[in-house]
Design a protein around this ligand. Structure first.
Ligand code: GRF
Length: 202
């Protein structure tokens, strides 16, 4: 069975979508650990409630060493690292050790509204300001850039004239909660074929 580590920095609703999908027996994988880069986040609570092993690597204490610690905790213990709202940048040693084995979810249709310091509500504010008619979410492999890795799955939502950043965020989040478990399932079934930037679902 696919073993995963889920990394969070916040409320962990995407982590919850993975837990729910496993409990509904739609997804067969085991969450070996949940790691946070911040003390006191609800994502860690969600994991504890389910008896999942948790680690807090406080960004303020670990600084740039976070990646090394994540590697130490996950190496030879998990098959896939899932960034579910994790805000720390990972270094190349970890990315090389887990080549095509780290995925991230981003709340826009990459390559729009992504990259350094584009996270949280800012992403949706930019989408509204730009006047796009559609937004959505993207699940991608993590490479050494920010939000630049090969795209595995995108889900699209309409943007309505009366939308605020908050209402758009809510609509996108519903799709995130479908996309992330779906991609993990595809990976667990060996159905994600990688050819450079071209990902094919077989
Ligand atoms: C999500 O919008 C995710 O796409 C982004 O950060 C947010 C995290 O939400 N990377 P949650 O912590 O999973 O509720």
């Amino acid at each position: 069975m696919l073993k995963i580590a889920v990394l969070v920095s916040g409320s962990g609703s995407n982590l919850q979508s993975i837990i729910d999908s496993i409990e509904a027996q739609e997804l067969k994988c085991s969450i070996e650990m949940v790691i946070s880069d911040k003390e006191g986040v609800f994502g860690i609570e969600r994991a504890k409630q389910k008896g999942i092993k948790t680690y807090v690597l406080d960004k303020k204490i670990y600084g740039k060493e976070i990646s090394k610690e994540v590697l130490r905790l996950t190496e030879n213990k998990v098959d896939l690292i899932v960034l579910a709202g994790f805000l720390s940048i990972l270094d190349s040693e970890l990315i090389t050790s887990f080549k095509n084995k780290i995925i991230n979810i981003h709340p826009s249709l990459i390559p729009s509204f992504c990259g350094p310091s584009m996270y949280g509500i800012k992403v949706h504010e930019k989408a509204i300001d730009y006047g796009v008619k559609f937004s959505g979410c993207t699940v991608h492999f993590v490479d050494e850039g920010t939000d630049t890795g090969a795209i595995i799955c995108q889900k699209v939502v309409p943007v309505h004239p009366e939308d605020t950043a908050e209402s758009l965020q809510k609509r996108v989040l519903v799709e995130e909660h479908k996309a992330l478990p779906e991609v993990i399932k595809l990976i667990s079934e060996g159905r994600v074929k990688v050819d450079g930037r071209k990902i094919t679902i077989i």
